[in-house]
Design a protein around this ligand. Structure first.
Ligand code: ATP
Length: 299
């Protein structure tokens, strides 16, 4: 679904150039549910905007659903945004009109007419479990319900790809968890490919794969193991919490030049802190990284 190779995005302002993506590689398969995490300013939203056709990459390769996002004409881009991709944002105001009912909000983007438009809106509200609230104005719905309306709207024209930017950012943890369950259901039942951008590492346990971005590049990946998918319901504790380490295996990404980014959390460990080198050894088919034996030096 997504094939991104050496993607670069440079923002030019009057006297400054910001390199937001510096050669990012990413592949997302059809029907995947995955998350992109990274600290503030790492380039997550920039990537999402490129994937959604809201902005153009500066260089590199980006194919989404077989379409070349660098060479697409303006007309093709408008069509792509309307038909191939759906968006969900953290801020509901960006998607919804408060004085209209849930149903009226969902009808707005549906490209059908008359009775079929209404039927489609009801179908969508049903898909997100909100048929019973269809006559309520948006202002009468809770944050989680509003977010579900936003998801119904994003699905209006049957996109193959759903992009969500901090979709649970303004929700409490229980409501956030329900919204994520909905994403999982839509992914499984409709085969929808879903990419969620978030700050929240806890979200990792809800998705199959989590890609970390650091300084505009992919740095590591966490992949949920098959056994964990099957046992998923058994390994949650009484509060529904699941330890991330139990469900995912972490991979560091090696780029084409053989560069490897070690996840920051490992390097924050006392043993590695303040070193600018690590000792590299080969042992029994493993590459072992350890702190240098000498005193802290090497700057
Ligand atoms: N329109 C823009 N013009 C200039 N610089 C921009 C623009 N949009 C983003 N940037 C810069 O690009 C870099 C990446 O920003 P981006 O918004 O993609 O990060 P992010 O990981 O989504 O951050 P956050 O989690 O805070 O939303 C930042 O240094 C940011 O200041």
């Amino acid at each position: 679904m997504i094939h991104c190779d050496g993607l670069v995005k440079i923002y030019k302002t009057a006297d400054l150039e910001v390199v937001a993506l510096q050669g990012l590689d990413l592949r997302v398969e059809d029907g995947e549910l995955m998350a992109i995490i990274g600290s503030s300013g790492s380039g997550k939203s920039t990537l999402l905007n490129m994937l959604g056709g809201l902005d153009r990459p500066s260089a590199g390769k980006l194919f989404v659903d077989g379409k070349d996002m660098l060479t697409m004409s303006e007309r093709q881009l408008i069509r792509y945004k309307r038909e191939s991709v759906g968006f969900v944002w953290q801020n509901n105001a960006r998607n919804l009109i408060p004085y209209l009912t849930a149903q009226e909000n969902v009808e707005l983007p549906v490209l059908l007419k008359g009775r079929r438009k209404k039927e489609r809106a009801l179908e969508l509200l049903d898909a997100v479990g909100l048929q019973h609230r269809r006559h309520n104005r948006l202002s009468e719905l809770s944050g989680g319900e509003q977010q579900r309306v936003a998801i119904a709207i994003a699905l209006a024209n049957q996109p193959r790809l759903l992009l969500a930017d901090e979709p649970t950012g303004s929700l409490d943890s229980k409501t956030a968890s329900q919204v994520l369950d909905l994403f999982r259901r839509l992914n499984r039942e409709m085969g929808l490919t879903i990419v969620i951008v978030t700050h929240d590492p806890q979200l990792a346990r809800k998705v199959d794969r989590v890609v970390s971005i650091r300084d505009g590049r992919t740095s590591s990946e966490m992949i949920r193991t098959q056994a964990d998918i099957e046992e998923e319901d058994n390994i949650a504790d009484v509060y529904g919490h699941v330890e991330q380490a139990e469900t995912h295996v972490e991979y560091a990404v090696i780029d084409k030049a053989g560069r490897l980014q070690i996840p920051a959390a490992y390097l924050d460990n006392e043993a590695f802190k303040d070193h600018t080198r690590v000792k590299v050894e080969w042992e029994d088919g493993r590459i072992i990284l350890s702190p240098p034996e000498t005193a802290k030096i090497e700057r």
